[in-house]
Write a protein that binds this ligand. Sequence first.
Ligand SMILES: [Zn+2]
Length: 211
Amino acid sequence: MPDTEHPSVIRSSPPHPVPYAFYAAIGTWKYRRPPCPTCEWHWQYPAEPLLVQWEPYRDNIGDFSYNGPTGEYNFIVTDQVARFFEQRHFPCELRRIEYVKPRRRGKLPCVPFPYQGPRQLWPECTSYLELDQEASGVKLESSCPDCGDVRHTFRYEGIVIPKNNWSGEPMFRIKTNGWSAATFITADAKRQLEDAGFTNLLCRKAGQITE
Ligand SMILES: [Zn+2]
């Protein structure tokens, strides 16, 4: 299955916003530990429930919805996609969402509040793969002696994953991307999702899994 050797990342391509409603995730934020006085890393992370605030733009909801117009951060899915992820063993935890009243701006349409659309869940990918750091152009950028936070070059394209580092999972994150929610799927997984007819799945080529 050579097609599975080309992972794609779930994120839309700027500059054009997607033709479906998108949201801002405004929390819930929790602290893993107090902010670090040395490197100033905040040590906050988005915890369940994800607080979703629909943005005035469109009021039609895709099967995939993205945090922001360019889909660079987390994403949420309809119940049908969530069931699909479970049945096809996409490694993720399906977390709860709560909706926050949108800020009204101008006359742009917006998903109504209180929310009455399709049931949605927040998939948090639980599988992390190790890149070939040299082939992917990833370097250690900083390592804090105080809190232990380690940073590498962030990569969402040009990634090279040795096949031995991959257990066949259809969805994964990249270990050296650290706290980023950037989520990757294989080309095979992308085709499965497209064949199922899910709307607003936005991917671009991210790299490859090599022998
Ligand atoms: Zn630190």
